[in-house]
Design a protein around this ligand. Structure first.
Ligand SMILES: NC(=O)c1ccc[n+]([C@@H]2O[C@H](COP(=O)([O-])OP(=O)(O)OC[C@H]3O[C@@H](n4cnc5c(N)ncnc54)[C@H](OP(=O)(O)O)[C@@H]3O)[C@@H](O)[C@H]2O)c1
Length: 259
């Protein structure tokens, strides 16, 4: 690669990139021409498979196990990615977990881990990379959920954390302006390991589809496609926004038909 080409090579950092939506984002970004640094928590085999897709697209991959909640680990990973690739254009914070089902079933430990992973970890991902993004006039995409926009009584901690993500995108859009754009995506039901319990249960799966005007569950790539758009120059005048990617599901929630 000559010096000019190296200067133009874009780089993305994705948290929770080993599986599900994060993995689809990593793969799409690589196909769009980015070298990609991504984190995972413990599933090294999935992380290796994701990295192989990146290198199969002719791009470079850098991946490490990092607890998204741990400021020092996140900062160490960002430093490693900086050393490996020399620049950073896009950060996507996708690492996330759900908690116990039932509004009154959440322990204080679970409140903490759900908030720290889904919300505080996103803040660390941005905080530790903001100076890199300012240099390249880059962008951030945070992964929220329609649960943070409406009501999700089965997962109160998760929904509150995702509402926090939407708020975080708005505040950071000002804090990092004018150089860096910060947006969120709010997926609806997407077929991943996180939702396998419902997807694998035929009645629950069908009940959910009845509330989705597009008539199917989302696929991880449906969300990745929106993320890559928000990261791109095509979204150059969009910041502080939350893009709902749910096949229209949120409309039926508003109409009083959650499923
Ligand atoms: N699936 C849905 O219907 C849906 C809907 C709305 C929003 N979302 C959001 O989309 C994002 C991705 O969800 P998904 O469905 O793709 O989940 P998933 O398939 O369970 O994948 C979760 C990913 O996050 C990583 N992760 C979890 N905790 C972590 C931690 N503490 N530190 C670092 N990485 C961590 C996992 O790493 P390991 O592989 O090592 O475990 C994995 O890569 C989440 O923020 C989720 O809330 C999902």
């Amino acid at each position: 690669m000559n010096a000019r080409a190296a200067d133009e090579q874009k780089v993305a950092l994705v948290t929770g990139g080993s599986r599900g939506i994060g993995r689809a984002v990593v793969v799409r970004l690589a196909r769009a021409g980015y070298d990609v640094a991504f984190t995972f928590r413990q599933d090294a085999e999935s992380a290796r498979a994701t990295a192989a897709e990146v290198t199969g697209s002719g791009r470079r991959a850098f991946y490490r196990p990092v607890d998204a909640c741990d400021e020092k680990e996140v900062a160490g990973f960002a430093a490693g990615a900086r050393e490996e690739f020399g620049r950073l254009d896009t950060v996507v914070a996708s690492a996330g977990i759900t908690g116990a089902l039932g509004w009154d079933a959440v322990s204080s430990e679970e409140w903490r881990s759900v908030f720290e992973t889904n919300l505080v970890g996103q803040y660390w991902a941005v905080r530790t990379t903001a100076s890199d993004l300012k240099k390249t006039r880059g962008s951030v995409v945070l992964v929220a959920s329609i649960g943070g926009l409406t009501a999700y009584p089965e997962q109160v901690a998760y929904a509150a954390a995702k509402a926090g993500t939407i708020s975080l995108a708005r505040s950071l859009a000002f804090a990092l302006a004018p150089e860096v754009r910060v947006n969120a995506v709010a997926p609806g039901w997407v077929r991943t390991d996180m939702t396998a319990g419902l997807y694998d249960e035929p009645r629950a799966r069908a009940a959910i589809v009845r509330g989705i005007p597009r008539g199917r569950w989302g696929e991880p790539d449906d969300v990745a496609s929106a993320v890559v758009f928000l990261a791109s120059d095509g979204a150059r005048f969009i910041t502080g926004e939350t893009l709902v990617v749910d096949g229209g599901n949120v409309l039926s929630w508003r109409a009083g038909r959650r499923r």
